[in-house]
Structure formats: C-alpha cells, structure tokens
Design a protein around this ligand. Structure first.
Ligand code: DLZ
Length: 164
C-alpha cells in the first residue's frame, strides 16, 4: 500500500476490525468537511468489520477541543483507538497556527499518556476547496485514511501485547 494516499489501499492487507472498538471525535467547525470525514471513517471501519455498537461518535465545537474530546474517550470508555477529525482553514490571522499546533501536540500527548492509538485526522488547508478535495473529493477522503490507520495501529498494539 502506498502510504502517500491510503484512499486507494489494498483491502486484503488491512486487518479485521471485527473485535475492535473506536471513538471518533468530530469538530463542528467547517462541518461540511468534517461531517464528510466522519462518514468516510465510519463507513471504512464498518467495511472492515467493526460493529455499529463499537463505533461511538461525539462532537466538539472546534478542532482545538479535539484533544480534550479524545482524553474524555480515553478516560471514560474502553475504546481501542480514538480518531480526531477536524478541519482548520487558513484565515487572515495566526489563529490557524495555534489551533494546528495545539491539536497536533495534543494528539501526540494522548498517544503517549494513554498508550492508545490516537489518530490525527485533521485537515490543515489554505482554503475550503483544498479541504473538500480531501473529504471525499479528488484527493480521496482522509477520514477513510484515519480509519485504516486506526485499525492498523490497534492490530499492531494487540499483536505486540500478545507476544506475536
Ligand atoms: C476560532 C476558530 C477559527 C478561526 N478557525 C477554525 C477552523 O478553521 N477550524 C476549526 O476546527 N476551528 C476553528 N476555530 C475554533 C477553534 O478550534 C476553537 O473552537 C476556539 O478557539 C475555542 O477554543
């Protein structure tokens, strides 16, 4: 599978998600984009065997809040992986930089703190068209890719923890 664009992935190389549990945190900012990311992620998890009742989706106001949303999943549920889905579009101020930096560092921190795959599914684009192109448009759907990454990381973790 090319890691450049997971949207055209080889399904046979993706482990089964049949016994995996997922929490998805979706930012409401730029919801036309993030809603499409979430639909892609859910569809992809299900396509690989995840059960409906093992996929929980929660919303937060903006991408900056994704980290806390992820932490709440980690602390209060038994999910195997958490997907953080957002879309930050460059504006006229430096807000973009602070939000992107905050959520990227937040996601990294959660991975380490909880020893749990926390997937960074945040689009950081110059404009809305670039975001739409990556949320089911000409560059695929990064929500699908976040789902595949989550499945692979859970399989890696379970395999290593079981001595495989
Ligand atoms: C304030 C803000 C701005 C300007 N832009 C975005 C954006 O493009 N994408 C996004 O997800 N959120 C944005 N926000 C909201 C922040 O993420 C956050 O919700 C607020 O700063 C409150 O903490």
């Amino acid at each position: 599978m090319a890691t450049k664009d997971l949207s055209a992935y080889d399904m046979e190389k993706v482990p089964s998600a049949e016994n995996m549990k997922f929490g998805i945190v979706v930012s409401e900012w730029n919801y036309e984009v993030t809603g499409a990311l979430a639909r892609g992620a859910v569809d992809t998890l299900k396509k690989h065997g995840a059960k409906d009742e093992h996929i929980v989706v929660k919303h937060v106001p903006g991408s900056f809040e994704l980290t806390l949303g992820g932490q709440l999943f980690a602390e209060n549920t038994d999910v195997d992986a958490i997907l953080l889905l957002g879309c930050v579009i460059q504006g006229e101020t430096r807000h973009f930089d602070f939000i992107c930096q905050g959520v990227a560092q937040g996601a990294t921190h959660l991975n380490m703190k909880f020893n749990l795959p926390v997937i960074f599914g945040v689009l950081t684009t110059d404009n809305q068209q670039q975001a739409l192109d990556r949320a089911g448009g000409k560059h695929g759907n990064k929500g699908d890719e976040a789902a595949i990454t989550a499945i692979k990381m859970v399989a890696l973790q379970q395999g290593l923890e079981n001595g495989e």
